[in-house]
Design a protein. Sequence first.
Length: 371
Amino acid sequence: MSSNPIEHPTALIDQVRVAAADRQPLRIVGGDTKAFYGQPTTGTLLSMAAWSGIVSFEPTELVVTVRAGTPLADLEAVLAEKGQCFPFEPPRFGPGGTVGGMVAAGLAGPARASVGSVRDFVLGAQFINGRGELLTFGGQVMKNVAGYDVSRVMAGSLGTLGVLAELSLKVLPVAPAEATLVFELNQAAALEQLHRWGGQPLPINASCWVRDDTAPGAPELLFVRLRGAVAAVEAACIRMALEAGGQRMDSAQAGADWTACRDQTLPFFTAPAPDLCLWRLSLPQTAPVLALPYAQFIEWQGAQRWLWAPASAAAELRAAAAVVNGHATLFRAGADGAPGVPRFSRQSPVIETITQRLREQFDPAGIFNTG
């Protein structure tokens, strides 16, 4: 991976300007590992794959600045050499995922509920707007920002506001200790136990609950990962195991399982049938068990719940989520592509207005990731 000083992204700017003049849509692509996420986009390919490299990395400052096309795996390897990481564990749905795609998608892994989202680690961004102008927002220091924090708005925008060119991101040291406990608990008991632990000073970093419905009599299991100081992790292991009857997992096996959870390669994430869709329910952590006739996989201490259901279940799932002040996303469509089914729940009128105004300001010709 190149570490040379960044050059001006002239070719990208020229492509945007031509597209804006002709009002021709562009489809922004990094590694194309998240093409399944969101509404299908149309337009001429604008590839970020060649726009790669570390611009600067200051391990003592916990800040890295990179081009958006930098492969995520390459950057994480560089961070690991210095004992640092992205603690929100961005999912890697394939080997070619990029840093720009990580920020544009705004997706986080198992530790999201305890460490924060992608947006929380964006310090600054340089991007090309729909007029072909190279804009810079934020910076390379960890400080509060007054006014509208545009660099963080780019996180989760799915490329609809501009072409990310360069990103400054906060990183953190790898925790000195880690342990995973497993408990045999049904869903209601698992959620209750997680809520109880949430009010205690425990170094809980991640959790997941699952029951493999494909195996008769399969146990319902809650996995809890602890991270932090050695003494804190060891004390929590003893306390939690005694309280709920848990067992400590082998570290190597647990590490592999959490990686599979992060990247959705666990058996649960294999479609039970070609016509089923993977749905994500985003709920308050304190939401109760939902009376839905589908097997579930629960993360983020109850705040993220996955299930396989047909596209036709959209109204049912979104109504169930709305009752507890949550929402449902069609994360992966089935083999037929789920035509006519919106991938995301409708935004509130206030958020919809703000989103529309942002798009009008940054992409007045409407050329970025249309659809």
